[in-house]
Design a protein around this ligand. Structure first.
Ligand code: 13P
Ligand code: SF4
Length: 359
């Protein structure tokens, strides 16, 4: 009997579960195989590349890998889509990822399985209110998380993703700049704590990561004292404080591969378990708890908007050209400045890492 089963047998309430993660779209094997074949064919016929986020359904990740696309974090998705020679980029993820691809490559066609797939951080930071917040702090450098609309990026000096947020703010802090940060207050607070920078924070949050419960995580740690805790920095401070590794989706995946531990408790969207299991097949991966004692559910960390990316919708967009992303050209031109800084900073950081051998 595995340790998780033992916990279930002894306690009526489960605080967490061992993966697997299942996609919200349920398909019979025949239909699944047929749809996957149609995606492969359409990608080839249309000189298109599939760029998928780790939180999307395993079948989409498999297709992206198989067909020369990529499964990655949001920074690498942006870089890959920009550098790939294909004429069409199909972004399986959420809307800001499609907009970013379009802004970086205006001459390419950018498609998404579902244009309604948004993000609570984006929704919670309307451009007009954000502009008013910026106007209140004209002396501050405006740094926004990639999980924002094109219009918010257009107002920013810098865009960052979770994989480079700490490095960028440290760089700006060293130059003596004070920061206006939006929209994720948890990531902002973490970056502030790591860098000591002077930051004012927008009050936004990710509805998925905000659900992780630090008290329940404490119980899991007591049950699995040997486990390493991995947390995405969109999680609340009490969860981040307990983590052995805090990082972007790619950084958490790397930690599962490289850390000398057999068990990991993972505080991020369950979609990442597909790649984690592939990368570290012998290791035990547990979801960090989102539910407290007495709750009827255990952990439900899956982004409802990422879940809108399915095989059926992917085939539909590829075969009909539906769901093309368009960004107003003036907004795109302005947003390209802050996004360009992000890509350039990411590139120079990789050069430093390659030069030093640091991970
Ligand atoms: P990453 O940049 O770490 O992939 O995060 C994107 C995201 O939306 C996390 O919720
Ligand atoms: Fe946005 Fe959270 Fe979904 Fe990531 S997981 S796309 S931050 S709502």
């Amino acid at each position: 009997m595995s340790k998780v089963q033992a916990v279930r047998a002894e306690a009526p309430i489960r605080f967490f579960r061992e993966q697997p993660f299942t996609a919200s779209e349920t398909l019979k094997t025949g239909e699944r195989n047929q749809l996957m074949g149609r995606v492969r064919e359409a990608l080839r016929a249309q000189d298109a590349v599939l760029v998928a986020h780790y939180y999307t359904a395993p079948d989409l990740q498999i297709l992206a890998d198989e067909t020369g696309g990529i499964v990655s974090d949001s920074l690498e998705m942006a870089r890959f889509g920009y550098e790939h020679p294909g004429r069409t980029v199909v972004v399986a993820g959420v809307r800001f990822m499609g907009e970013t691809a379009k802004i970086l490559s205006p001459h390419k066609r950018v498609l998404m399985p579902d244009l309604e797939a948004t993000c609570s951080l984006d929704v919670g930071c309307p451009p007009e209110e954000f502009a008013a917040f910026c106007d209140q702090h004209p002396e501050r450098t405006v740094v926004v998380y990639a999980n924002t609309s094109a219009a918010v990026k257009a107002r920013a000096d810098w865009v960052v993703t979770s994989s480079i947020a700490v490095d960028v703010i440290r760089h700006l802090h060293a130059r003596g700049e004070s920061i206006l940060w939006a929209p994720d207050k948890h990531l902002g607070a973490y970056v502030q704590q790591e860098t000591g920078a002077d930051m004012v924070l927008w009050d936004g949050a990710c509805i998925v990561h905000e659900e992780f419960k630090s008290i329940e995580l404490d119980r899991v740690r007591a049950e699995y004292p040997e486990a390493k805790i991995l947390a995405h920095p969109e999680s609340p401070a009490g969860v981040v404080a307990q983590a052995d590794v805090v990082g972007s989706t790619s950084q958490l995946l790397k930690a599962v591969q490289t850390l000398d531990a057999g068990t990991f408790v993972v505080a991020t969207d369950a979609g990442i378990f597909h790649k984690m299991r592939e990368a570290a097949p012998g290791k035990t991966l547990l979801e960090a708890p989102t539910a407290g004692k007495g709750a009827t559910c255990t952990s439900c960390a899956h982004c409802p908007w990422m879940a809108m990316n399915g095989l059926r919708s992917l085939v539909h967009t590829l075969e009909t050209g539906a769901n093309e992303i368009h960004v107003d050209s003036l907004v795109a031109k302005q947003a390209l400045v802050s996004l360009g800084r992000m890509l350039e900073f990411g590139k120079s950081r990789s050069r430093v890492v390659e030069g030093t051998g640091d991970a």
